[in-house]
Design a protein around this ligand. Structure first.
Ligand code: ZN
Length: 386
């Protein structure tokens, strides 16, 4: 993959002159986009709280507060705010904050053919961890039109930073739907891979530098990850690298809601789900793995199972409203640096921030950027000199 002409590389502590692989794709010099990348580029998983006038910021699946007539305008304004919040905090690879979606899965599905939204059923999702009202698959999955084309172009037009765009991964989509047509989760996932790939190609054309597939279901259905989950993911990401974008997968232990906290309490002293999935992902085509670390019981040694993949390291716990100190973030990064070289590390959040109060999210983003800066300062020091 060619490196963006404007990209700046930073010497590693070992003195290597360039990054092993660019963090973001090469197509983004258009429109004067600046991709000046420092070492340890910061990012967020994807979502940010919505402004109170758009939807309740502390509720999942919160209904919109604006009428249909005002909703488009309100969502566009909210994206500008989300970009501004990230830029002010010092986040390097930004997102649209998922301000135009009520939920990270259903936001993508709303415009798909083959899904009946008039009939919602309540099912247990993530292996019955919690209940959700979901639509029903009643026919072949069809992407009749681009889903997020307008959003990506709007975000691209209003930031000069590298832009990440998130999509739900095929396995997580299948787990957040009721199916009355396919009768086979793998077949349904593979059909979603096809439409996800179509959508991702349009997002790259619209200016996205990183396409991230969110797959929290990967931490739940470990056998399915091995038999078809990563195959479906690779299929969704097929060919995106040749378009000059980087690909990522986000795998976490979920938002900071009670059902997830209760589940985590059952996982024992060491959370070993990644032990099963990381080696498979290391052999996949995906460039970056976004994972949960802050406040978790994930053994850091598991990072070594990721081969040469880039790591988006969750250094911000979204399950607590307590804002981390920069020193806590720095300690999280330094601990990971024992197992992954700085060139392959990008400090991030554990998961989406949509259920958090806006001021808490702002504080956490600042802590993420400030804590990363503390570590960068140490890396820049001449090696081997007093
Ligand atoms: Zn997550």
């Amino acid at each position: 993959m060619a490196r963006p002409p404007t990209e700046r590389t930073t010497a590693s502590p070992e003195g290597s002159a360039s990054l092993a692989k660019p963090w973001v794709g090469a197509q983004s010099t258009r429109g004067g986009v600046i991709l000046s990348m420092t070492i340890l580029p910061t990012t967020i998983t994807g979502s940010l709280p919505k402004p109170r006038w758009l939807a309740d910021p502390e509720v999942l699946w919160a209904p919109w507060r604006l009428s249909a007539e005002l909703l488009d305008e309100g969502q566009q304004d909210a994206v500008l705010l989300a970009l501004k919040i990230q830029e002010d905090a010092g986040i390097d690879i930004v997102t649209d904050g998922e301000q135009t979606r009520r939920h990270f899965v259903h936001g993508f599905l709303e415009r798909m053919g083959g899904i009946d939204w008039s009939r919602r059923v309540t099912i247990g999702i993530r292996n019955n961890r919690y209940q959700a009202d979901v639509p029903v698959v009643i026919g072949p999955i069809l992407r009749r039109q681009p889903v997020h084309g307008r959003e990506v172009r709007w975000a691209r037009a209003h930031t000069r930073r590298a832009l990440k765009f998130t999509l739900p991964g095929p396995m997580t989509i299948v787990d957040t739907l009721a199916d009355e047509y396919y009768g086979d989760r793998r077949a349904l996932a593979m059909d979603f891979s096809r439409v996800l790939n179509e959508e991702a190609r349009d997002l790259v054309a619209g200016g996205a530098n990183v396409i991230q597939f969110d797959e929290p279901a990967f931490n739940v259905y470990l056998e399915d990850v091995a038999t078809w989950g990563v195959a479906a993911l690779d299929s969704a990401a097929a060919g995106l690298g040749t378009l000059g974008c980087s690909t990522a997968v986000h795998i976490c232990y979920g938002y900071g809601i009670k059902a997830n906290s209760d589940w985590k309490a059952t996982l024992g002293d060491e959370w070993l789900q990644y032990e099963a999935t990381f080696p498979i992902l290391a052999a996949s085509t995906i460039d970056q793995i976004s994972m949960e670390m802050a406040g978790s019981r994930v053994p850091l040694t598991l990072l070594r199972l990721l081969g040469d993949k880039q790591v988006q390291l969750g250094c911000i716990d979204v399950a607590t409203r307590e804002v981390e100190t920069p020193q806590q973030v720095a300690a999280c990064i330094r601990a990971a640096l024992e197992h992954v070289p700085a060139e392959r590390l990008s400090p991030s959040t554990n998961c989406g921030m949509v259920p958090l109060p806006v001021d808490v999210a702002r504080g956490k983003l600042r802590a993420l950027a400030d804590g990363t800066e503390l570590v960068r300062g140490g890396l820049a020091a001449p090696i081997g000199r007093p």
